[in-house]
Design a protein around this ligand. Structure first.
Ligand code: 5RP
Length: 224
């Protein structure tokens, strides 16, 4: 599996040029991408300016020699490279397995070009996994009451190696919500309209330009 992720990550390096302002997603595939990018930066003497979407990718970016900057300085990154938990054939994505969905959606939406890297097992005819929903703790019970009316399963994400719920980098809870996903754009909008919902893990295809799918033998780049 990690060979497949590494092949997708390696292929995405072709989008990185000297001086690029890079939106940096989160997750294990992005972490591999940053390791490989570090080698490229060292070998070719590149300057890469990066805007990370989580503490995880912030730390990994610094290790790789990326010059970490922010959206104040660069509100429109040139390219964003991010992972996904599921990708449908139209490029709609489900994200948030690492609870970084809110900053990921901000940076993806702001970027000129968006590249999703993943192992090919994530590519599927339909999005059918639980949707991670970031919720303001103050509104938790009210949001969950609303979600129960439309979902098959609603689950507060519990932390590992810490008691209690996962707390996102923004200080919020994550609720994983299993429901029928038909119209991605409308569902994304309807979920975000619930007061107390901060963001959700549906990333409509209009946000995505390229999908790079890796397997044990290599990777292929899909373009809309
Ligand atoms: C984090 C994400 C990740 O991009 C997604 O979970 C994929 O992670 P991985 O590359 O570890 O499979 O959305 O919030």
């Amino acid at each position: 599996m990690s060979e497949a992720k590494a092949n997708a990550a390696k292929e995405a390096l072709r989008f990185i040029e000297d001086g690029v302002v890079l939106g940096i997603g989160s997750g294990t595939t992005v972490e591999i991408f940053l390791e490989l990018l570090g080698e490229k930066i060292r070998n070719e003497g590149l300057n890469v300016y990066g805007i990370p979407t989580s503490y995880q990718s912030h730390i990994a970016a610094i290790k790789s020699g990326v010059r970490v900057v922010d959206l104040f300085q660069y509100p429109e990154p040139d390219v964003c490279v991010d992972g996904a938990d599921q990708i449908d054939y139209n490029f709609n994505c489900l994200k948030g397995g690492g609870a970084a969905l809110m900053r990921e959606k901000i940076v993806i939406s702001a970027s000129k070009k968006v590249i999703i890297i993943a192992d090919e097992t994530k590519y599927s005819s339909k999005l059918d996994k639980a949707i991670p929903i970031e919720v303001l703790p103050f509104a938790y019970a009210c949001v969950v009451n609303r979600l129960y009316k439309i979902a098959k399963k609603v689950e507060l994400r519990i932390a590992e190696k810490k008691l209690g719920p996962v707390i996102t980098d923004n200080g919020n809870f994550i609720v994983d919500c299993l429901m029928e996903i038909d119209d991605v754009e409308n569902l994304e909008r309807d979920l975000n309209a619930i007061p107390g919902v901060v963001e959700n893990g549906l990333f409509p295809s209009k946000l995505i330009d390229f999908v790079v799918l890796g397997n044990e033998n290599g990777a292929k780049v899909l373009q809309k």
